[in-house]
Design a protein around this ligand. Structure first.
Ligand code: NAP
Length: 320
């Protein structure tokens, strides 16, 4: 294979596409319900990463004209108080989605969040009900980061049917649900993690490498096959104070067929999918069941725009 021109898959265009779908669904919801869907973010303490994520949610929700209520608890709260705060949001009719910002202070148990949050308001799909329904292929609220990754691939015309995909990272919010979603989309998925032996051997078999490890520069050009697409979810601050992903973009140049940049790749799509999930949750609450998401899917799944990027879909590379 000759040298490859590596394409940079930016998130702005798929995020714009999602924005349009959100606008029309929001209008419909407001016509039917007379109120604007509202997300509550719950911040415990003042972790820098949690604050940064909340600011990006604030910007996105302003852009799409959905409401965002900031709820804050001191870092000293107990598990009981954290649970009480979530239960209060569960029964608050003015709140359609609840997102507890991570990481929590170390004395708190994240399971309290998963077990307490109402599945109908669980817009990051972390509760056992939503995670289980995703696994079973039933309508569910899906974690916005992996769902955003799939939207980005869809936008750029990547055909997942039968594709060999390696996912690096198995967390409950990114890697594991991503592997499930990819498998539902008929990809053949290898799920790697910190105990995986011979990581690059697994990666070299993959036409798509998805990475959500929180390890800057983990994926290099030497570890992947020529022509692979690298979808990077990592958000890290490097030694120079720069925000970087989990892949070493310089070394992927000329080897990967396409990469997502950090910042500006998966991040903007994640934020829009979160906004879409708040709308989906609001509609599902009107019906009182997650099953309502099945019919909503068509409305909230925007048609792909007829634009030049799309006319040139990414071709995956087969055998090495
Ligand atoms: P996490 O809970 O810390 O999970 C990291 C996963 O990566 C774990 O499964 C871990 O394996 C694996 N891992 C870590 N180092 C590895 C290595 N050297 N080789 C192979 N696997 C390795 O993190 P997370 O919440 O999933 O987040 C992952 C990254 O995505 C972070 O950088 C985070 O900031 C970012 N993120 C991005 C978005 C977005 O919208 N783009 C949203 C959420 C998170 P073990 O299971 O064996 O420990």
């Amino acid at each position: 294979m000759t040298d490859i021109q590596t394409r940079v898959l930016r998130g702005a265009a798929p995020a714009k596409m999602l924005h349009q779908a959100i606008d029309s669904a929001k209008q419909l919801y407001e016509d039917q319900n007379g109120s604007t869907p509202t997300l509550a973010t719950l911040l415990v303490g003042n972790d820098a990463a949690a604050l940064a994520y909340r600011s990006s949610i604030e910007r996105t929700f302003k852009k799409v004209n959905l409401r965002h209520r900031k709820v804050e608890l001191p870092a000293t709260v107990s598990n009981q108080q954290l649970g009480d705060a979530i239960r209060a949001l569960n029964i608050d009719p003015g709140i359609n989605g609840i997102l507890v910002l991570m990481p929590l202070p170390s004395h708190l148990d994240p399971h309290v969040v998963l077990e307490t949050i109402s599945p109908l308001k669980d817009v990051d799909g972390i509760s056992p009900v939503n995670a289980g329904r995703l696994h079973l292929g039933l309508p569910s609220l899906r974690p916005s980061t992996p769902a955003g990754g799939l939207e980005l691939l869809r936008y750029y015309g990547v055909d997942l049917n039968g594709a060999n995909v390696a996912v690096v990272g198995r967390s409950n919010v990114v890697g594991r649900p991503l592997s499930t979603m990819l498998s539902h989309a008929n990809a053949t998925v290898t799920l790697c993690h910190s105990r995986t032996r011979g990581l690059s051997q697994h990666l070299r078999r993959a036409e798509i490498v998805c990475v959500a490890a929180g390890s800057p520069g983990l994926i290099t050009g030497r570890m992947i096959r020529k022509g692979a697409l690298v979808l990077d979810f990592g958000v890290n601050v490097n030694d120079q104070g720069k925000v970087v992903g989990d892949s070493d973009l310089a070394s992927l140049e000329g080897i990967a067929s396409a990469v997502t940049p950090t910042p500006g790749g998966t991040g903007p799509v994640t934020a829009m999918v979160l906004a879409r999930n708040v709308l989906a949750a609001a509609f599902a609450q009107m019906e009182g069941t997650l099953d309502a998401l099945q019919e909503l899917e068509a409305m909230l799944r925007c048609p792909l725009p007829d634009i030049s990027e799309f006319l040139d879909p990414i071709e995956l590379q087969g055998e090495a």
